[in-house]
Design a protein around this ligand. Structure first.
Ligand code: SF4
Length: 313
């Protein structure tokens, strides 16, 4: 689809998902993403980052807000109406094996249900992701985890997408393989101009992959901005705690730096705390935090949802 001038590739506005029983998994999430850009989406498990990714690729229907792709509102399109945009939007999953049909050959998986690719195109895709022509007639169980993820990436590339939602694409893989897949994704982006929404809990990988990062807590974005601004100087106490757990390569700094240990577990999204939902775990919390929910506002070159973001930096 051609994009109207000025429209970003992806615009997510006030996106929300309330599951049955009133559990608000995602609440008012918004951001934009442009071609060849990577936005990292980070936070603890259960913070709503995967649900956000699934709503963007329309595996889940949002209960509020909107998703615009190439300037077109795709939020509530039927699968048929979505067809012209479908190929622009792909997803890579955390567990490569459970996302590949075990009864299909690699060729069938990559060609998709409509079998639109010929033999040469399948081989091209396999080679592009570091596999070979001879792999095309094998089944998923004949591959290692890293190879299976390469097949998942080839399948995502088959429709020449513009945006790929990568949902924890390396966290189920051996550490030794993770860097290979991250580098492959970076090379493909440089070659094809792809945009990635990179969902992860490993903040070192996000620093390597992303130009911007959004931090989610209990269904909301609490800080969003350029990696270059946020990593050296996080403004939200939650971002600060997450980043304090990331190992630093320099052993002297690593030995002396302060780790912020968060109190308790994240509260249940079924019963979020009043005011700022981070307040029961926040060392800076004051009375105002229990009653007034902070809105995202600009502080030091990023947007942050904290009444006291100017403190503690
Ligand atoms: Fe902590 Fe208050 Fe800021 Fe929330 S608004 S993060 S409780 S200081």
């Amino acid at each position: 689809m051609t994009r109207p001038p000025g429209a970003p590739l992806l615009a997510v506005q006030d996106l929300g998902m309330t599951f049955r029983g009133g559990v608000r998994a995602v609440d008012g999430v918004g951001f934009e993403l442009d071609q060849a850009e990577t936005l990292g989406l980070v936070g603890e498990s259960g913070c709503g980052k995967s649900t956000t990714g699934r709503m963007i690729v329309r595996l889940l229907e949002p209960t509020s807000g909107g998703v615009h792709l190439n300037g077109r509102d795709i939020t509530h399109l039927s699968q048929r109406e979505l067809l012209p945009s479908r190929g622009d939007l792909q997803m890579i999953f955390q567990d490569p094996f459970s996302s590949l049909n075990p009864r299909q050959t690699v060729r069938q998986i990559i060609s998709g249900p409509r079998r639109l690719l010929d033999r040469r195109q399948v081989v091209d895709l396999l080679e592009r992701v570091g596999l070979a022509a001879e792999h095309a007639d094998r089944f998923p169980h004949e591959f290692s985890g890293g190879q299976a993820q390469r097949i998942g990436i080839a399948r995502a590339l088959a429709s020449a997408p513009k945006l790929v939602v990568c949902d924890e694409p390396v966290s189920a893989l051996d550490v030794s393989i993770q860097a290979q897949i991250v580098n492959l994704l970076a090379d493909l982006q440089a070659e094809l101009g792809l945009a990635y929404l990179f969902i992860a809990h490993d903040l070192s990988v996000v620093r390597h992959m992303c130009t911007r990062v959004a931090v989610m807590y209990l269904g909301r974005i609490v800080e969003i901005g350029p990696v270059a601004a946020l990593y050296p100087d996080p403004a939200h106490p939650y971002t600060r705690a997450l980043l304090s757990a990331v190992p630093v390569p320099d052993p002297d700094i690593e030995a002396t730096r302060e780790r912020i240990v968060l109190r308790g577990d994240p509260p249940s999204p079924a019963a979020p705390p009043s005011g700022c939902s981070f307040h029961p775990r926040c060392a800076l919390a004051q009375e105002r935090c229990q009653v007034e929910e902070p809105a995202l506002r600009e502080v030091r070159g990023r947007h942050v949802a904290c009444h006291f973001a100017e403190q503690g930096s």
